[in-house]
Design a protein around this ligand. Structure first.
Ligand code: NAP
Length: 269
């Protein structure tokens, strides 16, 4: 179904930009947020009033609420909210500063909570809507050297899963999108890394090898746009969807191992 109104965070580049473009190209309307709105100028020039540029750092709670309200005021409805803005804070847990830990949760978890809370009153009144939370395969299993990033996506998964049951009676859907590794700026200029502690030198080498082995070569992000459109157009969208088919056996293996350990320890349980 065409003619949807979207609110997408982090449209300056990467997935957010691709998905905003795909929605606009098929005739949908998009409220697009970016920390630097000059990154949105070309989209605004090309799509005019169908595209509303909004300046937003998602860690700014007041800004989150006012941008969602501005999008509703401009378009008169809100069909799809995509909590996409985020980044990967790498590093072993002991290496991370308080600021790095808090900043990661502010962007990847709290930002999504505030945007979701801001959108719900409009969607409840409409009795329709779809909240898309951009999680990660790192919201399903953990990777050494990415523990904090995993924690932020596990937190996103936890609140979104519970939320889905709460808002189903109002006709509002929640989908957690769980991508594997894609060639956006995510693992490049966007990734943050603390100073490494010498004690973990070997651990870092092993984690890097494990990460490369598990995640494989970065995927081309382009096909994710068509996949996302399929999800938002589904009459009964999934609660979770993985983007990257080679991740499915890895995730199944992770859960099978978890169940096997519970079985092994059932006497103690
Ligand atoms: P990207 O190319 O680095 O883009 C990240 C986007 O998030 C940029 O628009 C960035 O804005 C924005 N952003 C980061 N922190 C923000 C903040 N505090 N406030 C507002 N915007 C902020 O990476 P991407 O792959 O498109 O990442 C998008 C989402 O996909 C993230 O949530 C990421 O965790 C998730 N994801 C990515 C992968 C992957 O392999 N690519 C895999 C799994 C999940 P600036 O331009 O201002 O920095």
């Amino acid at each position: 179904m065409a003619g949807k109104v979207w609110f997408i965070t982090g449209v300056s580049r990467g997935f957010g930009r691709m998905w905003a473009l795909a929605a606009l190209e098929r005739g949908d309307k998009v409220a697009a947020t970016a920390r630097d709105t000059t990154t949105l100028t070309d989209l605004r020039e090309r799509f005019g009033d169908a595209m509303l540029p909004l300046e937003l750092d998602v860690t700014d709670r007041d800004g989150d609420f006012s941008c969602v309200a501005a999008a509703f005021a401009h378009f008169g409805r809100l069909d799809v909210v995509v909590n996409n803005a985020g980044y990967g804070q790498l590093g072993f847990i002991e290496e991370l500063s308080e600021g790095e830990v808090r900043d990661q949760m502010e962007a990847n978890f709290f930002g999504a909570v505030w945007i979701t809370q801001a959108a719900l009153p409009f969607m409840r009144k409409q009795r329709s809507g779809h909240i898309i939370q951009i999680s990660s395969v790192a919201g399903l299993f953990t990777l050494g050297d990415a523990g904090l990033y995993c924690a932020s996506k596990f937190a996103l998964e936890g609140f979104s899963d519970a939320l889905a049951s709460e808002i189903e009676p109002f006709g509002i859907h929640v989908t957690l999108v769980e991508p594997g590794l894609f060639a956006t700026d995510f693992a490049g200029s966007s990734a943050k890394r603390p100073d490494q502690m010498p004690h973990y030198a070997r651990g870092h080498q092993e984690s890097a090898a494990a990460l490369a082995d598990i995640l494989g070569e970065p995927n081309d992000p382009e096909p994710t746009a068509a996949a996302l459109l399929k999800v938002v157009d589904a009459p009964r969208p999934p609660r979770r969807v993985i983007f990257d088919s080679k991740m499915v056996p890895v995730i199944k293996n992770f859960y099978q191992h978890r169940i096997a350990v519970w079985e092994e320890w059932k006497d103690v349980t």
